[in-house]
Design a protein around this ligand. Sequence first.
Ligand code: BTN
Length: 247
Amino acid sequence: MNYEIYRFDKIDSTNSHLLKLADEGFPEGSVVVADEQTGGRGRFGRKWESEPLSNLLFSVLLRPVFLERDEVFVLTFSAAVAVAEAIEDVAKVRPELKWPNDVLLGSRKVCGILLESVFSSDDLSSVVLGVGLNVNQRHFPAEISARATSLSVYTGKKFDRDEILSAILGKFASIYETVRARDFYSVMKKWRDRSNMFGRKIRLRLADKVYEGICDEITDDGAIVVQTSTGFKTFTAGEISIIGEEG
Ligand code: BTN
């Protein structure tokens, strides 16, 4: 993967900007990084708040022509693994992964990932992979303070954001080759080896419905299998909380 990095002091959203560049024909490996976002976006249409100049906010443009529409999920898991491996190398702590794409330290979220895909007619034309990693931020807004952390809060140290960015891009380039070789099993195995979810009692929210049960499995298709009181249920989307750790 050849990366070309475009840096901004302030931008609405690195994902939104890169979606425009994708439309203009920018190549795979284009990366947009910002010190501050005025309209940072999270999953489920939420805002992604980040203290200016403290954290990593970036997006990577992919053109995975070798993937089918229903295989794009593997990129989310690949990104989570790449972030976890990079954190482990740089900060010498071992993050855990929460389905489908959160990276945790001490049961708190340190990184969120937002994948946005663009299709032209039925073919996948581009994927924008957005990463928000809390690096040096020390304080969080009250609504999320019980659930959020940063590398700095967790380790007591300050980190060079560029060093972490290069580490993540390096790890991602390598796992992307595994995806290109269509070895999804290896990607999912790496993800599962870092997951904190198996055997835990979880609550899954999906379109106004709430399901509870024990996390049984994360399949090679990226789905979660939950053992509920009415049997095993498989989900490909939803938001999980681990019961007892809601914060
Ligand atoms: C989540 O809800 O957990 C995903 C958060 C993703 C945030 C990142 S920050 C960089 C990129 N640009 C955005 O607007 N969102 C993603």
